[in-house]
Structures are given as structure tokens and as C-alpha cells.
Design a protein around this ligand. Structure first.
Ligand code: P53
Length: 477
């Protein structure tokens, strides 16, 4: 048994997103967000995106787990586990209900003021995502979401209001959550949640995705620059979904395919960190004849707004294989991923690969050489309540194995990691499926997929396990 200590001042906590936890979807002057028009789905059945909020449809995010009214109680649980930080997002629609107003909604601003005060009182540092799949729906309907350059200004205005208002309460920020999910542009979910894009028949989905992502990258850079003007010790990060893509075999063409696939998922990080696109993406646009609205001023903004750290999620690894005839190794995420025979998959198809976390940390450090922050990692699973207890040893095992790899990466590979926030420390609505039963929490919430439940909170076995990890500041392996 060896005990690997985590660094002093390592930030320990959990991660949430406003739309998945808060509820109160139409309270306090809040406007409708993209999450408010998504129905519930399940594995293999996509969430439906409806045209506005419609009668007779169940929208799981409308109430979520009622954190909006219960956060004081929930913060006590986090405190009890020993959290030193909590990642969540500011719902854009609480601050700008429509997204294009000149003035913010004071009631929304006050909500986060009292929320942050409560966190700080408990010694929990808020780590804040500005845009986590909850763009104002009005911006989708009126402007077409981030396919429209105007959204850059709306986002910058929102960020500016947040920075100025909360500058003495929040130090760590991230701009766009998992900005690279939209690499999967053939399904409707990622373009809508990332960019507020609803495709029309016959459109070139990929070209539109690159355009929207470009506007987001410019918006992010402008916000980073602005943040520094407001307070120079702000730490502003990007946020990417790190799903490393392995070659299926050590066949040279599989290796090349995996490399090209990684470039498509990770160029976003290059732009965030270096302020420049990698040449492979520019060449790809040329070959595909994509015309991207990319001005000289954009290039300047990108260079002036490089991030301080990389926030990333890690749940699983992917694998891909070269397919005969794919001369250019073009990557289609929806059809080109293969099952990895060396790792187990969960019920929702997510492959469990703790070593992949160490690989990801090394990959990101090798390429970018700035501090890393694991802002999501976790195990979504059905939980059973027996006599008021939840024995979630499967969750403990998953997290323990990942933390072991993290501790090895810090000690043996010298990776600079700011902290670790596990996903969904309290059960919340799944982003991908809208389900409640895909639970990640250390704290169980009595809420079900048909919307019923008392919303009562219960500590799971993993609660006590995580509490011990944090107080020891090590994992045993
Ligand atoms: P759910 C896909 C791949 C990796 C992470 O996901 C992803 C997704 C989208 O489903 O999302 C992140 O709830 C995201 C969170 C989300 C979490 O992972 O589908 O940042 O909002 O809840 C887990 O199981």
C-alpha cells in the first residue's frame, strides 16, 4: 500500500451546472434557456428539442433538484465532506433573461451574490463556468444562436457584468463548457447545447459548426482579455471534454486515424491556449471549401485572450479505426468510434478507463504546458435505496481508481493540477439523456424520471469515502 499525498492547497470539490441542479426555471425573472426546451430521453433515445416550452411535455430541468431553493442545505452537505471548492455555472438567463438586453436582471444577480456569500462563509471557493449548455433561447430564435456573430457581444456583455459584480467573490472562471462536444455535429444535441444551433434541412452542418465555434473562441478570448482588465489575479480557463482517442490496432493507418480524430476534438484547446488555429484545421477548411468569417481583428483578439489554465472533464476514452477508402482520415464521431476490447463500458456505453485519465493529463501537459484543472469526472449509475441507505461501491471503485491515476500523474509525471471536482456531487438531471436515474452523486436525491419524489437528500456510502479522501488528502494504492 502506498499513500500518495496531493499537493498542499489542492482544491477538492464537486461540479454542477445551473440548469441541471437549480430548477426555478421561471423564477426571479429568469428567461428560458436552451435547457428549458429539452424533453427527457434515455440511452438510445435522444432528448427532444421542442419549439419553445410546450404544454403536455415533461421538461426535467424546470425543477431539476430545486437547488435554487435548497442550496443552503446542500452546501452544508458539501461542507461536511470537506469541499474547498465548488464548481457551478451562472445561468445566463438569470442575468440576461433574453440575452440581448442592455441591462441585467438585478434579482438574478442578487441570487448569485447570496449564493457565493454562503459558499465563502463555509470556506468553499466558487469555481464558475459562464456558459454551461444554457444559452438564452431567445438568442436561438432571433439570431440563430452562435451561427450569428452578434452573439459574441451578448456573451461579452454577460461576462463583463459577472466579472464586475463578483470580482471579490470568484477567482476561478471558465468560459464555455466542453466547447469541443460539437465535434459531434451530426447529432442535434451538441450543436444545440454548445451553440444554440438548430439545423435546417440540407445545411452544411460541419461548416456551420466551425463558424459557431469560431465565434465562441473569439468571444472567449475577448472575455479573457476583459477579465484581466477588471482584475489581474482572476484565473480564466477554457473547458474541454477530454475523451482521448486511441487507435484500435497499432496499425500505422489506425494511428494516423486516431491522430486526425484527436486534432478535430482538440483544436479548440490550441486556439484557447496559443491564440492561433493549428494549421491542420486551416488546411482542412481549404480542402472542404469552407468559408469561415474570420477577420483580422478576430486573429488579434484570439492572440490577446489566451487562457490561464485548462479545465477539462474526463469520463472515458474512445477508440477509432481506419476505414478503407477514407483517404484523408476524415473523422465522423457518430460513426467512427469502436468498442475498446480492453476496457469495460457502463450501461450508457461510456468506457471506464482510469489509466486514460493519466494519459489525458500527460497529453495535455505535453501539448500545452499550462496548469490543468479536472473539473468533471464521475460515474453515472442507477442507485438503489435499501432502508434509507445507498451502497454505491461501484461509484467508489470508479472514483478511487481515477484518483489513484491522478495521484500517480502528479507524483511520477510531474503534472501541475490545480484541483479535482467530481461531477454531480449531489444527484442532478443528466445532460445527455435528461434522466434522473443516471446518478453521479455522493448525495442521493429522491426525484424520479416521471418528475415525482420528495426531493429529500440522503448520504450514500460514497459520501463518507470522499470525505475521508479529502481529509486525508491522499488515496491509498
Ligand atoms: P451526462 C458527452 C461526453 C462527455 C461529457 O454527462 C458530457 C457529454 C454530454 O452528455 O457532458 C458533461 O449527464 C457535461 C455535464 C454532464 C456530464 O458530462 O450526460 O459537462 O453537463 O452532465 C455527464 O451523464
Amino acid at each position: 500500500m502506498s499513500k500518495r499525498k496531493f499537493p498542499e492547497n489542492f482544491l477538492w470539490g464537486g461540479a454542477l451546472a445551473a440548469h441541471q441542479v437549480e430548477g426555478g426555471w421561471n423564477e426571479g425573472g429568469k428567461g428560458i434557456s436552451v435547457a428549458d426546451v429539452m424533453s427527457a430521453g434515455e440511452h438510445g433515445k435522444a432528448r427532444q428539442i421542442t419549439d419553445g416550452v410546450q404544454d403536455g411535455i415533461y421538461y426535467p430541468n424546470h425543477e431539476a433538484v430545486d437547488f435554487y431553493h435548497r442550496y443552503k442545505e446542500d452546501l452544508q452537505f458539501f461542507k461536511e465532506m470537506g469541499f474547498t471548492c465548488l464548481r457551478t455555472s451562472i445561468a445566463w438567463t438569470r442575468i440576461f433573461p433574453l440575452g440581448d438586453e442592455e441591462e441585467p436582471n438585478e434579482e438574478g444577480l442578487q441570487f448569485y451574490d447570496t449564493f457565493f456569500d454562503e459558499c465563502l462563509k463555509l470556506g468553499i471557493e466558487p469555481v464558475i463556468t459562464l456558459s454551461h449548455f444554457e444559452m438564452p433561447y431567445h438568442l436561438v430564435k432571433t439570431y440563430g444562436g452562435f451561427r450569428n456573430r452578434k452573439c459574441i457581444d451578448f456573451f461579452v456583455r454577460f461576462a463583463e457584468v459577472c466579472f464586475k459584480r463578483y470580482k471579490d467573490k470568484v477567482t476561478y472562471w471558465m468560459t464555455f463548457n466542453e466547447i469541443n462536444n460539437q465535434t459531434n455535429f451530426t447529432t442535434d444535441f451538441a450543436p444545440f447545447t454548445n451553440s444554440g444551433i438548430v439545423y435546417k434541412e440540407g445545411e452544411n452542418r460541419e461548416e456551420i459548426m466551425y463558424q459557431a465555434a469560431h465565434y465562441e473562441l473569439v468571444a472567449s478570448a475577448k472575455v479573457v482579455k476583459l477579465a484581466r482588465e477588471i482584475k489581474d489575479d482572476f484565473q480564466i480557463g477554457c473547458m474541454i471534454a477530454m475523451c482521448p482517442i486511441y487507435p484500435y490496432f497499432c496499425k500505422p493507418k489506425d494511428m494516423m486515424m486516431a491522430t486526425k480524430a484527436m486534432q478535430k476534438r482538440l483544436y479548440f484547446t490550441d486556439v484557447h491556449v496559443f491564440g492561433k488555429y493549428p494549421r491542420n484545421i486551416i488546411q482542412y477548411w481549404k480542402r472542404k471549401n469552407f468559408t469561415i468569417d474570420f477577420t483580422e481583428e478576430d486573429a488579434k483578439d484570439l492572440l490577446e485572450g489566451c487562457v490561464d489554465y485548462i479545465g477539462f472533464s474526463y469520463y472515458m476514452s474512445f477508440a477509432t479505426a481506419y476505414q478503407e477508402g477514407n483517404t484523408y482520415y476524415d473523422y465522423d464521431e457518430d460513426s467512427m468510434l469502436v468498442k475498446n476490447p480492453y476496457v469495460k463500458a457502463r450501461k450508457w456505453g461510456w468506457q471506464i478507463d482510469p489509466v486514460g485519465l493519466r494519459y489525458s493529463l500527460n497529453y495535455l501537459q505535453d501539448h500545452y504546458r499550462i496548469p490543468l484543472f479536472i473539473v468533471e469526472n464521475g460515474y453515472g449509475e442507477y442507485d438503489e435505496v435499501v432502508d434509507g441507505k445507498i451502497h454505491d461501491d461501484y461509484r467508489i471503485e470508479y472514483l478511487d481508481k481515477h484518483l489513484e491515476q491522478l495521484s500517480i500523474a502528479i507524483e511520477e509525471d510531474g503534472i501541475d493540477v490545480i484541483g479535482y471536482t467530481s461531477w454531480g456531487p449531489i444527484d442532478i438531471v443528466s445532460a445527455g439523456t435528461g434522466e434522473m436515474r443516471k446518478r453521479y452523486g455522493f448525495i442521493y436525491v429522491d426525484k424520479h424520471d416521471d418528475g415525482t419524489g420528495s426531493l429529500k437528500r440522503l448520504r450514500k456510502d460514497s459520501f463518507y469515502w470522499y470525505q475521508k479522501v479529502i481529509s486525508n488528502n491522499y488515496v491509498e494504492s
